[in-house]
Design a protein around this ligand. Sequence first.
Ligand SMILES: Cc1cc2nc3c(=O)[nH]c(=O)nc-3n(C[C@H](O)[C@H](O)[C@H](O)COP(=O)(O)OP(=O)(O)OC[C@H]3O[C@@H](n4cnc5c(N)ncnc54)[C@H](O)[C@@H]3O)c2cc1C
Length: 437
Amino acid sequence: MGEPRVLTGGATAGFAVDWTGRFQGHTPAVVRPRDTAEVAAVLALCTDAGVPVVPQGGNTGLVGGGVPLLGEVVLSLTRLSQMGPVDHAAAQVTAGAGVTLQQVADADPGLDLGILIASRGSATVGGAVAANAGGLRVLRFGPMRAQLRGIEAVLADGTVVSHLAGLVKDNTGYEYPSLLAGSEGTLAVVTAARLRLVPRLRDTVTALVGLGGLDELHALARQAVRQVPGLVSAEFFTRTGLDILVAHAGLVPPWPGPAPAYLLLEASGPGALDALADVIGDREAAVGESAADRGRLWSYRERHPEAAGFLSVPVKVDVSVPAAQWVRLASQAAAVVTDVDPGADVITFGHVADGNVHVNIVPAASADGRHEDAVFSFVASLGGSISAEHGIGALKAPWLPLARTDAERALFARIRSASYSPVRAPVGNQHRDDAAQ
Ligand SMILES: Cc1cc2nc3c(=O)[nH]c(=O)nc-3n(C[C@H](O)[C@H](O)[C@H](O)COP(=O)(O)OP(=O)(O)OC[C@H]3O[C@@H](n4cnc5c(N)ncnc54)[C@H](O)[C@@H]3O)c2cc1C
C-alpha cells in the first residue's frame, strides 16, 4: 500500500472513536486504499492472515458500527473518491464509496441526490449504502436503497462483484445491491455505487409550525401528506431540544413565544405555498421561500442531532413504529426513559411521516444499557423497529431479538456465511457476530 496510505500509532486516533464520543476503540492500523483493486488485495491479505477488518467511510454513523471496538484493522474508504460524469439520459451517476453525499448532490445543477442528511458533508456513498441512510426526504424519494441502480463491492476473500450498468429493469438473479444496502459492512465492502438522481426541487417552500402537542402535530403531518402534492419533508422537534440549541448553539427562537412542539413541512413545485397555507390554516408559523430563509428554518431541525452533545455524551436511539402508534411513541418516550433514570434529559425529534423518532438521552445514571432497554422494549410492544435508519452496529446488537425472530436471525447468519468465510470471527469477535445475526 505504501507508507502514506497506512496509518499507525497516534495517527489512527480519529478513526477509533465515533462522532458522539460514546464508542471508542483501538486499531493496529488504518489502511486507506485508492481503488477497488487495492481494497480487494487488502481484504484478501487480511482474510488469509485471520485479521479482522472494519470498513469505515465518513465515520458519521451513530451506532458504533464503523469503529474498531475490538482492535480490528480499519479499512477507510474515503480515498475512493472518484465520481464519473453524470449520465443525463439516465439521470444517474457512478460514485466511488468515498465520495460524500454532498458531492453527489452537487454533481449537476439540474439534478440532486434524493438523500438529504445533516451529515452529508462527511457521510460517504459507501457508508450511506451500508447503513441504508434515510434522512429528511424519505417521504418523497425513499432511503438510500431506493437510490441504488447498481453496485460494485468486494467480498472478504478479495472477489470483486460489479453490476453498474444502471438498468432500471433487470430481472437476472438476486438483487444483491439491495441486500448490501443496510448490511453495515457485514457482507462486503462497497467500493462504488450507481445512483439515480432526482430533478432538483424548484419553487420550494419551507414552513415551521408551532403546535400545542404531538397528537395535533401528527394529525397535521398526516393531513399534509394527503393534501400537499409536492410534500418533500415532514419533520418534528420539541421545545426541549430547541431550548438547548438556543442556549448552546446560538440559535434565535423562530418567534417570541415558545410552542410545545414544532412541525417543519417542506413542499416544492407550483402551488406549494398555497397548498401548505391551506393545511396550516391560522396556526403560528414561519414560512421561508428564499434559500436563506429556508436554511434558517431548517437549522432548527438539522442541528437537533447535536443538541444532546452540548450537555454530555449522549445515548442515541433511533426507532420507528406503525403510524397509528407514533403519537404514543413520541409523547411517552421521555417518560419511559425517566422511569429507569429519573435524572436523564431526553430530547426527541425526527421524521413524522416515516414513523421515525430519534430519542437522544443524556444519562444521569450509568449508561449501562438500561436506557436502550427501556426504549426498545417499549417500541417492541408497539410493533415497531429498534432501528429506523441508523442500523444495528454495536449499540443495538444485544436487542436484535426484540425486532427479529430466531428464524430471521438464522437466515441472516446463513446469508452472511454464504458471502464469506469469517474475517472477524473467530478472533474474539462475538460482539460483532451478534450484530450480524
Ligand atoms: C449530525 C448527523 C446527522 C445524521 N442524520 C442522519 C439522518 O438523518 N438519517 C440517517 O439515516 N443517518 C443520519 N446520520 C448517520 C450517518 O450520517 C449515516 O448513517 C451515514 O450514512 C453514514 O455514512 P458514513 O460514510 O459516515 O459511514 P460510517 O459511519 O463510516 O459507517 C457506517 C457503517 O457502514 C459501514 N461502512 C462504511 N463504509 C462502508 C463501505 N464502503 N462498505 C461497506 N461498509 C461500509 C461501517 O462499517 C459502519 O457499519 C447522521 C449522523 C450525524 C453525525
